[in-house]
Design a protein around this ligand. Structure first.
Ligand code: UDP
Length: 287
């Protein structure tokens, strides 16, 4: 595993200590990447992923999506390895089609603040397809929708840790805008299962095209605040409305037909169950 820890933390790797099949390299893939010996698969998961983080590190986010991805693809090409690109539902921008199917080209503001992430990931997809077409690299692209679970950063600004943190501290839950915007939240173990299936799938024709992975259970952010309040028993928690960030997508829900057909995949963990596990994790941190 290679990470420059710009947004990650080594404590998330603690469970791998003593595992002789695991190695950690502290490095920025935007500056280059090489590995001794054979490589079977390169997973390119490198990038800040929370809007708060990528707006704090705009140039680093653009660099890792472009140069970082190119270095990962070059490694795959040199080693004759398979390559999996972790892309994003942000490729659809503020979508005009709903739910989002992989064939939808999206509605992205190319000069807005979120473009540092959206366009970097769109470039990542483009260069992945180019290496597939011109260098015959066996490539896969997964478009990841909102995912949550243990080992998220409590202060990464995303809505799940933000609401749980606020409820734990007895602070008001900050709903951006009127809260009518929707998201569809997928528990981390379901996402990992989908990524593993795509990585291991035989190289059948068409496998190189993007696959959505996410939970189609769509919910408004205002209602999501109520779910967190109920699960945490924070019945006297207040809601505080704050301005909606620029270009915040109004609706997001994956069409997962392709993942079902190609991988036999669908998410299993219901929202309340996944949230309970996540809340327990965050409570453990603050003990
Ligand atoms: N959001 C919110 N309050 C917060 C953080 C986020 O209302 O404290 C909203 C945000 O505006 C967006 C949704 O929750 O509509 C999901 O935001 P997040 O940053 O988790 O991920 P995004 O889907 O925007 O990448």
């Amino acid at each position: 595993m290679v990470d420059n820890l710009i947004t990650g933390a080594t404590r998330n790797l603690a469970h791998n200590q003593g595992n002789s099949r695991f190695a950690f390299v502290h490095q920025n893939v935007s500056e280059g990447l090489d590995v001794d010996g054979p490589v079977d698969i390169v997973f390119n998961l490198a990038s800040p992923a929370s809007p708060f983080d990528y707006l704090k590190y705009p140039l680093e986010t653009l660099a890792v999506g472009s140069e970082g991805t190119r270095h990962c693809l070059e490694l795959a090409r040199r080693k004759k390895a398979r390559f999996l690109m972790a892309s994003t539902s942000e490729c659809y921008g503020d979508p005009l089609e709903h739910p989002q199917v992989e064939t939808y080209w999206g509605h992205v503001n190319p000069v807005g603040p979120r473009s540092v992430y959206d366009e970097a990931k769109r470039f990542s997809e483009a260069i992945t397809m180019a290496y597939h077409r011109t260098c015959a690299v066996d490539t896969r692209i997964v478009r990841i929708f909102n995912t949550y679970g243990p080992r998220m950063k409590l202060k990464d600004g995303r809505v799940v840790p933000a609401f749980v943190d606020q409820a734990l501290r007895g602070e008001p839950l900050t709903v951006f805008g009127d809260g009518s915007q929707t998201r569809s939240f997928c528990y981390v173990s379901d996402l990992v299962d989908g990524i593993a299936r795509l990585a291991m799938a035989d190289p059948v024709p068409g496998i190189q095209y993007p696959v959505n992975l996410g939970n189609p259970n769509e919910i408004s952010i205002r209602r999501f605040a109520d779910v967190i309040i109920a699960l945490m028993g924070a019945t006297d928690a207040r809601i505080e409305h704050k301005p909606l960030p620029k270009d915040d997508p109004k609706q997001r829900c994956p069409d997962i037909t392709r993942a079902g057909q190609l991988l036999g995949w669908k998410p299993k963990v219901p929202l309340e169950e996944g949230l309970k596990l996540t809340i327990d994790y965050f409570k453990g941190l603050s003990d």
